[in-house]
Design a protein around this ligand. Structure first.
Ligand code: ZN
Length: 310
């Protein structure tokens, strides 16, 4: 793991605080963000709740100021696991601290319900509306619904001055110089729509839920825009490869056959399984768009192109 600073000041009113939970699925750990510079701050995401050192970092950043609003990007434990404990910590949050999340049915599932229980019991859990604004000092946070990684995913723009930063949650990850379109996706159709939505915002920096901040510009413009375009291009390329495989033979294809034809170089069984899941996500998107069909052969689902009638 590259050495990363646990606290990073991104602008006058934005500080990144690392959740101290590195791992194979969290890169160098979850990023959380403190927004504002006055006595009342906003915290975006809370880490996983299992790293006592993280709360110490928040205290260090806050000094005498306190968090009075917590915004959550989505239900995954490495983003909301710290809520219950934070609400108990009077040296970090105000007594009236409010927790905002896009509320969905899956919040009732036991794991998620438990992580939101503290906020529910206090009566301080609030729903987020799309485009809802949160004013902090002279900055405006605006909710951008971005389903795809999870159905409840919300990104937030932070505007102030001429910059428009985008807190991306897990919709887009920061990956240093190497750009790869990789985050886990629950629904690829909505994920792609959400990518196009955030691209249209033309953010000048991406503040991801994991990995380094993407900022600055090169000869081809803002790096933030380039990263979003790469994410879109990567997925579109994969989709085209799948369509090409299906077009190469008029038969009904097994999922495994399509995967092997697209990911020719992969031999590791674990990675093949991940590739197969990815292929299935694409096929489901294409199915919803009426571009492929499912064919039942001997009680096994296979896949074929929908060819225009000639
Ligand atoms: Zn996540």
């Amino acid at each position: 793991m590259d050495k990363v600073s646990v606290i990073e000041r991104i602008s006058r009113g934005v500080v990144r605080v690392l959740g101290l939970n590195p791992g194979p699925f969290t890169l160098q750990g979850s990023n959380t963000y403190l927004i504002g510079y006055g006595e009342r701050r906003v915290l975006v995401d809370t880490g996983d709740g299992n790293q006592p050192g993280y709360f110490g970092l928040l205290r260090e950043c806050l000094g005498t100021s306190r968090v009075d609003r917590i915004l959550l990007t989505h239900w995954h434990a490495d983003h909301i696991g710290g809520v219950n404990q934070l609400l108990e910590m009077r040296d970090i949050v105000t007594t009236g601290c409010t927790v905002y999340k896009q509320l969905v049915d899956s919040d009732e599932e036991p794991d998620v319900a438990e992580m939101l229980a503290g906020a529910r019991q206090r009566g301080c859990l609030r729903d987020i509306a799309d485009s809802q604004e949160f004013i902090v000092d002279d900055m405006v946070l605006r909710a951008v619904f971005t389903p795809g990684h999870t159905p409840d995913h919300v990104a937030f723009t932070v505007s102030g001055g001429s910059d428009l930063m985008l807190l991306t949650g897990d919709h887009i990850l920061g990956q240093g110089d190497k750009i790869q379109g990789t985050t886990t996706v629950h629904d690829l159709g909505s994920y792609m729509e959400s990518l196009n939505r955030v691209l249209a915002l033309r953010p000048t920096a991406l503040l991801p839920g994991h990995g380094p901040v993407v900022s600055g510009s090169g000869p081809d413009g803002y790096r933030s825009i380039r990263v979003i375009e790469e994410y879109i291009k990567h997925r579109m390329m994969r989709e085209q490869q799948i369509l090409d495989v299906l077009a190469s033979d008029d038969k009904a294809w097994r999922l495994e056959e399509i995967t092997r034809a697209v990911y020719k170089d992969i031999t590791d069984p674990k990675i093949i399984l991940a590739a197969q899941n990815n292929t299935l996500l694409h096929l489901k998107k294409l199915l919803a768009e009426n571009r492929v069909q499912q064919v039942n052969v001997d009680q096994e689902i296979r896949w074929a192109l929908i060819r225009p009638n000639i």
